[in-house]
Design a protein around this ligand. Structure first.
Ligand SMILES: NC(=O)c1ccc[n+]([C@@H]2O[C@H](COP(=O)([O-])OP(=O)(O)OC[C@H]3O[C@@H](n4cnc5c(N)ncnc54)[C@H](OP(=O)(O)O)[C@@H]3O)[C@@H](O)[C@H]2O)c1
Length: 262
């Protein structure tokens, strides 16, 4: 085989590799998920809001080719439309969308006054409307997926959706809304697009390590598997949802060490 036909073959292989878009891609969990997707051979668009530099550095460190840092501010629908145009120009398709962007702040559930309207607006517009708006913006590109079984949307939820125990009352409610949307969207977008929630318990990352130590120890003690989730375990469950759970849509997959059981 001549050098030019070898090059053509490798270019063809590279344009056939699935495209994954990850919102919050440069965050603690997003970074690990982007790495796992790239190791699976996907071309990864690392979506960022404020962390553009971090996203670019991440792109440079990912294995494989065809990755890109892309602005994906999920509370700004016109900017999401622009993101879809950029993804379309660059790749022409989106096979996997991981909605990982999310915000919260620790507020004791009994302290209603500290959960002020600004914080509520921020949580709901990012964690709930942001997920829907991103799916809405990306739907046409997801519909174009030629992967067997179609495209996959993975929503990063939380067991707080079910347990109502989490950083604050509205965060828990926002993740319950995400799980509910996962089901509605799974029905509405089938059979071309599957939609799955990955629902982690407390994940051992920078954000969580900044929380109250006593509270963290309590979470471990109350988890049947007696530890926090490793970020890699969350990423592995995202890969499982995409690659292995091919007859699952509308499912909420817990990655929580059994925390709701005790
Ligand atoms: N940590 C846990 O224990 C845990 C457990 C269960 C579920 N989760 C969920 O996992 C996801 C990631 O959390 P994390 O622990 O990795 O937190 P993190 O490090 O704080 O990351 C949050 C990400 O959300 C992005 N983001 C925030 N506002 C945004 C907006 N308006 N538009 C677009 N992106 C925005 C941030 O992007 P920029 O930095 O670019 O602004 C950042 O990448 C969240 O949905 C969270 O609710 C976390």
């Amino acid at each position: 085989m001549g050098a030019s036909s070898k090059k053509q073959d490798s270019e063809k292989a590279s344009t056939e590799r699935p495209v994954a878009v990850v919102t919050g891609g440069a965050g603690s969990m997003g970074t690990i998920i982007c790495g796992a997707l790239a190791r699976e051979g996907m071309r990864v668009a690392v979506g960022y809001n404020r962390s553009g530099e971090k996203a670019k550095k991440l792109v440079a460190s990912l294995p494989g080719e065809g990755h890109a840092a892309i602005a994906a501010p999920v509370t700004d629908s016109p900017a999401l439309a622009a993101m879809a145009v950029e993804v379309s120009k660059r790749y022409g398709v989106c096979d996997v969308l991981v909605n990982c962007a999310g915000v919260t702040r620790f507020v004791p559930h009994g302290d209603l006054d500290s959960l002020d309207d600004d914080l509520i607006e921020n949580i709901l517009s990012t964690n709930v409307r942001g997920v829907f708006a991103t799916v809405r913006a990306m739907r046409a590109l997801l519909d174009k997926s030629k992967q067997a079984g179609g495209a996959v949307i993975v929503n990063i939820s939380s067991i707080a959706a079910v347990t109502a125990m989490g950083s604050n009352v509205m965060y828990c409610a926002s993740k319950a809304a995400v799980d509910n949307m996962t089901k509605s969207l799974a029905r509405a977008l089938a059979p071309r697009i599957r939609v799955i929630s990955i629902s982690p318990g407390v994940v051992d990352n920078d954000f969580i390590r900044s929380m109250d130590k006593k509270w963290l120890e309590e979470q471990v003690a109350r988890t049947p598997l007696k530890r926090l989730a490793a970020p890699d375990e969350v990423a592995a469950s995202v890969i499982a949802a995409i690659k292995h759970l091919t007859f699952t849509t509308g499912g909420i997959i817990p990655v929580d060490g059994g925390r709701p059981l005790s």
